[in-house]
Design a protein around this ligand. Structure first.
Ligand code: ADP
Ligand code: ZN
Ligand code: ZN
Length: 825
């Protein structure tokens, strides 16, 4: 056995630390162990290397204390991929490890734990575990450290780890506390009724037309019980919540209680986050592809002969998802694994259901908002021979162990939410997926209706394969886009509301035909600015350099940068008048305005404020899908590939707000967003209408969106990108400096400039104060480094890393935060 082990800890340490291996321990790479760091703290870390190189003298050598799991939790390939991530995105390996692992796999002495709420089998616990359990409380978390010292033990990590895995103990991260697991009541038919197909007996005993009868009827519909009963299989019942059922039968509370008392229905509690959407649906076969889809599939096969990466550019609703499903089926049949990546949580609900119907229990879903225990469970399962062959996940699923990955599908590859902004690693999941696939010998399919310029450029250069689908499925036409000139309408005094006359007409028509409408505005809250009518004073965040957004429902002013919220002042602190105006529109105000125009329409809003929990997301989407909502108002969340059947009108309230952003990607992004939101209109057999409101009818973007001219947009933007030296021609690295004191950050920026300027005489821009120059009490300076294609990235990184180390250790700049954002979005 080698004498030393390099242990990687989930901390922002530059490198793994070397520990001694006690003679009686057998270690392997990837295994989780307990080590001590500093005087008292203990962490679980991972063995990344075993060797006999004696560490430098003068450092006290500590020994690995315990082995946590019998077998490794990491595969060597994962370590290789993480190594690449930390190098390319210029962060530490520990930061990658921290981001990669679910909390339950990275125990440390400061981790806060609580007792789980669900009833627990105390008999099954060891005496020590029982002691631990008694120390814990449901509400008040205590740290591993506290537990260890209260029980007078050096380390308790292993004991607690087992308890976490059994679900007895929960890890409380700061973030998670605000998303406390809630339970919701569900009802179902007793198994016996289904097994013996006795539903008729129940119905016969109830009076037709009575509330209990109506409830049971509504239940069988919602639960899709017919199939379950016919096949006598309770597993096929869809889950039905009490709330959902009561929505169908008004005032059915008492009747439902009676049904449950009589044993006609059973009630049970489900933790909201744990809803298994796909477990209950029956596995159906795949639908046959149509000719266009068949051709695209053939072209993808051919393309994969030549290229490891292929871009599938297919208009909205061309049936790309079905093509993916066929490909998945083929790869699974070869005994290989598939990773299906989605940009965001909003999408997973619909896609989970669609894929779940076909792939059933072959599919695992990995999501950062899932309970930690579930993520740990999936991780461990992926290391066994029971590994899910298909994983559906958001960007963090790249970190999972894969045994034989054959294909990665990156759906909606243009989406900016694939990029992690904070904290490090600030990686782009699409780009990282390309590297992961290359390391594991897998193919990648990038799919979208509106490719990123980067991907499209590479496809046109022949570095990626390119497959196009130009027809919508079922011959549905792309929507008709009507441009409304808001400036002109205002002049003619025809914009009394935020909706043009044409938009109002179209919505009215849709409502009459029992169709639905979507209104898009990329700004949440009620109004972005509140000001004093008399003196013009506007409330600002005390921690950031931005004005506060007014949220009417909560009667609060909220900072959209740091989240801090404030009471609305009664009077102006400047002139003491009480006369505030709200200026401009957010989604909340749009909702109020449309309700004023159509008082009978049922509206809902989908933005960050209304979708704090996964359940809330799912409910908004479900209600809209089932036609319980007529008008859905939302931000860019709406643009992400949701598939609704009955939307015939889409209103874009203010297209200019997207193009006027000071960002070289603004035009590209506006095109993507507008085309995507327009694509929600008119599916299944009917052309939809899109009303696009703008003050800049002559802006080239308007015409590009109206004619769905992706190529025109591409060609025009590529000229600008080349001229102004932006990606994909140049690589951009942003450098950020943050400090509580404005003078310190100013001095630090000047000093950093003096270090870097000699290496990049023309390509380093800044330092500048960003548009929002202070966030959360930290003053910010920013550099933009454009790296020419002929600069070797490795040498650039070496230079930057050296500068970073100088800055970090400089005595004048204590408390300075400095980081790089590689390929920023
Ligand atoms: P995209 O992913 O390109 O936006 P989808 O895969 O969502 O397109 O397909 C659009 C619509 O057409 C969906 O409602 C889907 O159910 C339907 N559809 C696509 N392909 C088929 C098929 N082969 N058979 C039946 N319906 C299909
Ligand atoms: Zn005032
Ligand atoms: Zn703020």
């Amino acid at each position: 056995m080698p004498r030393f082990a390099d242990i990687l800890l989930p901390l922002a340490l530059e490198e793994a630390l070397t520990y001694g291996v006690p003679a009686d321990l057998q270690l392997v790479v990837g295994q989780r162990v307990v080590v001590q760091l500093g005087k008292r703290k203990r962490y679980t870390g991972f063995v990344v290397r075993l060797h006999d190189e004696v560490p430098a003298e003068g450092v006290e050598l500590k020994f690995v204390e315990e082995v946590v799991d019998a077998t490794p939790l990491l595969r060597e390939e994962q370590l290789r991929f993480w190594e690449w991530l930390s190098q390319y995105y210029m962060c530490t390996k520990g930061e990658v490890l921290k981001a990669a692992l679910p909390s339950g796999l990275k125990l440390e002495s400061e981790m806060r734990l609580t007792r789980s709420e669900s009833p627990t089998q105390v008999e099954e616990m060891t005496p020590l575990q029982r002691q631990v359990f008694q120390l814990l409380d449901v509400e008040k978390p205590i740290t591993l450290d506290d537990i260890a010292s209260k029980l007078q033990r050096a380390s308790i990590i292993n004991t607690v780890r087992q308890m976490i895995e059994r679900g007895w103990v929960e890890v409380r991260e700061a973030m998670r506390e605000s998303f406390r697991a809630r339970t919701e009541t569900y009802v179902k038919l007793p198994d016996a009724v289904v097994l013996e197909d006795k539903i008729d007996v129940l119905f016969d005993s109830l009076r037709k037309g009575g509330k209990p009868y109506a409830l049971l009827l509504a239940y069988t519909d919602l639960a899709r019980a017919t199939t379950a009963l016919r096949l006598r299989n309770p597993k096929l019942l869809a889950e039905v919540s009490r709330a959902q059922l009561l929505q169908r039968v008004e005032g059915g509370d008492a009747a439902l209680r009676a049904l449950i008392e009589k044993g006609y229905l059973e009630s049970y509690a489900v933790e909201v986050g744990r809803l298994k959407t796909c477990a209950a649906t029956e596995t159906l076969g795949m639908r046959p592809l149509n000719d266009h889809q068949q051709r695209a599939l053939g072209q993808i096969h051919a393309s994969f002969e030549q290229h490891d990466i292929t871009l599938l550019h297919g208009v909205t609703s061309s049936g790309k998802t079905e093509v993916y499903m066929k490909l998945i089926e083929e790869v699974l049949a070869q005994g290989k694994q598939v990773l299906y990546m989605l940009p965001e949580i909003a999408l997973t609900t619909q896609i989970t259901t669609r894929l779940g119907r076909v792939f059933g229990d072959k599919m695992g879903v990995y999501h950062s908002k899932f309970p930690d225990a579930e993520r740990v469970e999936l991780w461990q399962r992926q290391l066994t021979d029971k590994a899910f062959p298909l994983i559906l996940g958001v960007r963090s699923s790249l970190f999972l162990p894969f045994q034989n990955l054959g294909l990665i599908i990156v759906d909606e590859e243009h989406e900016s939410s694939y990029k992690q902004q904070d904290p490090a690693p600030r990686y782009h999941a699409r780009d990282a997926a390309l590297v992961l696939a290359q390391q594991l010998g897998a193919k990648v399919l990038l799919g979208t209706a509106t490719p990123s310029l980067e991907s499209y450029y590479k496809a046109r250069q022949g570095r990626y394969g390119l497959v196009e689908m130009r027809e919508r499925f079922g011959g549905v036409q792309l929507p008709e886009i009507i441009v409304e000139d808001v400036k002109e309408l205002k002049r003619k005094k025809m914009m009394k509301t935020p909706f043009s006359p044409r938009l109002k007409d179209e919505i009215a028509g849709a409502l009459e035909r029992k169709e639905q409408a979507i209104l898009f505005l990329n700004r949440r809250g009620y109004s972005p600015v509140l000001d004093c009518h008399k003196c013009g004073w506007t409330p600002k965040c005390s921690q950031c350099d931005v004005s506060l957004t007014y949220h009417q429902r909560e009667q609060r002013l909220v900072c959209h940068y740091c989240g801090k919220s404030y009471d609305v002042p009664r009077t102006c602190p400047n002139c003491h008048e009480a006369d505030f105006r709200d200026i401009g529109y957010g989604t909340e105000k749009i909702q109020a305005a449309i309700e004023a125009v159509f008082p009978n329409a049922r509206t809902a809003r989908m933005d960050l404020d209304t979708t704090r929990s996964r359940a809330a997301y799912e409910q908004i989407i479900r209600k809209f899908q089932q036609g319980e909502t007529d008008i859905l108002i939302g931000t860019q969340m709406l643009t992400k590939g949701l598939d609704f059947d009955r939307v015939s009108v889409v209103g874009i309230i203010n297209a200019d707000q997207l193009t006027n952003m000071p960002d070289f990607r603004a035009h590209e992004r506006a095109f993507q967003m507008l085309s995507q939101v327009a694509g929600r209109a008119g599916r299944r057999g009917k052309q939809g209408k899109v009303v696009l409101q703008t003050r800049q009818v002559d802006h080239p973007l308007t015409n590009q969106v109206v004619t769905n001219d992706f190529f025109g947009m591409y060609a025009e933007q590529m000229q600008e990108r080349q001229y102004f030296r932006y990606p994909p021609f140049y690589r951009v690295i942003n450098i950020y400096l943050k400090h509580r004191d404005d003078r310190t950050v100013e001095a630090a920026a000047a000093y950093l400039a003096s270090l870097l300027r000699p290496h990049f005489p023309t390509d380093l821009l800044g330092p500048e104060r960003p548009l929002v120059a202070r966030v959360q009490l930290q003053y910010i300076r920013k550099f933009v480094l454009k790296v020419a294609p002929n600069f070797l990235p490795a040498s650039v990184r070496t230079t930057l890393r050296a500068a970073y180390n100088v800055m970090r250790n400089h005595p004048d700049f204590k408390g300075l935060t400095i980081y790089y954002d590689v390929d920023p979005l």
